[in-house]
Design a protein around this ligand. Structure first.
Ligand SMILES: [Zn+2]
Length: 344
């Protein structure tokens, strides 16, 4: 395992001008504002070489080429100049470390909420990205109102009114989240950044109607707003960091259950894998001799999830996978949990 890299901080610390300079790339200021243009220096550029198709906004650290249609942030630029793949995590790390060394940038600090990130050069399907600036996990400018906190889905599963209130849960009967119990999701600063929706009718779940619905991208004021759950740990903003013990679960209900049973130091990954950002967030929130307990669901997805969290956390903190032979952690009584915690 290498050292942690705070990519967001690194991007902010890098001077795009200096990075361009380090690759011998010259750009000239064009028009008002901070736009600079030049010949596209990318080794992958296949368009005309002798027309200034490369445009860079030095103050924002973003760029695009009208010839080869590549675009991205300052890190994407360096990766492509190195002839590497921006979608390959190892390549990304390598180039990030190189830049950090080259410009004498300190290692990243504890992550706070990830609010902005430069767009990758291409979408996962390889299509050129729309040229709108992308803002990730920006705080919402609205709140869902009139949620039904008494809905049988929640009460029927044994969640108390206190738990429902604590997590702000409620059934929504209009808009995109119609027919779902909505779950407010916050960044570590406590800003509401999105809602997940759990379909209450399990029979209605299909490809078009997923069990959990997360916010999709939306355009607002010339920006593309994106929600990335992999940059967040659900419930993290309610906890007092740093802490000695933290339980990590996959989904929302396990988090509600554990909290209701009095195990309040719990975060959910909101999926069956632990991202690098999530692992970093978890590690940074645990005192050096603290402990991380992974409660994954007792199925293949759970095993994968636990493995992805373990491999990333173990090099930095004491971390144990609390394996459940049958049932899910959500069904445990407090006594079971205490026994599990002591038996691992
Ligand atoms: Zn180009």
């Amino acid at each position: 395992m290498g050292e942690w890299i705070n990519f967001r901080e690194l991007r902010k610390s890098l001077s795009f001008e200096k990075v361009l300079g380090s690759y011998g790339v010259e750009v000239k200021k064009k028009g008002p504002g901070n736009r600079h243009i030049g010949f596209c220096p990318l080794p992958t550029h296949r368009g005309k070489k002798k027309s200034p198709s490369f445009s860079a906004k030095l103050d924002y650290g973003v760029w695009q080429c009208f010839g080869c249609k590549a675009s991205g942030n300052v890190l994407d630029f360096a990766i492509q100049m190195e002839g590497k793949d921006p979608d390959n995590r190892q390549d990304l790390r390598e180039v990030a470390l190189k830049l950090r060394g080259l410009f004498g940038i300190e290692a990243g600090s504890k992550p706070s909420s990830a609010r902005t990130a430069g767009p990758p050069a291409t979408k996962p399907n390889g299509a050129p990205r729309k040229k709108l600036p992308v803002v990730v996990n920006s705080p919402l400018d609205f709140e869902l109102k009139d949620l039904d906190r008494e809905h049988p889905y929640l009460k029927g599963r044994g969640f108390t009114a206190e738990t429902i209130e604590h997590f702000g849960l409620g059934f929504c009967n209009r808009g995109l989240m119609k027919g779902r119990v909505v779950i407010p999701i916050h960044n570590t600063d406590g800003d509401l950044v999105g809602y997940a929706g759990r379909l209450v009718d399990d029979n209605a779940i299909d490809e078009k109607n997923p069990k959990y619905l997360f916010p999709g991208p939306r355009e607002r004021n010339g920006k593309l707003l994106e929600f990335h759950k992999s940059l967040l740990a659900y419930n993290a903003h309610r906890l007092t960091w740093p802490m000695e013990d933290l339980i990590v679960v996959e989904g929302f209900p396990a988090c509600w259950w554990l909290t209701q049973w009095g195990y309040t130091n719990v975060v959910a990954l909101m999926g069956s894998s632990c991202s690098e950002e999530q692992a970093r967030l978890i590690v940074s929130g645990i005192v050096p001799d603290g402990r991380v307990w992974i409660f994954a669901d007792a199925d293949d997805g759970g095993d994968k999830c636990a493995a992805s969290a373990l491999t990333q956390i173990v090099p930095h903190r004491f971390c144990r996978w609390v394996k459940l032979s049958n049932g899910q952690p959500t069904d445990c009584t407090p006594g079971d949990l205490a026994q599990l915690l002591w038996s691992v």
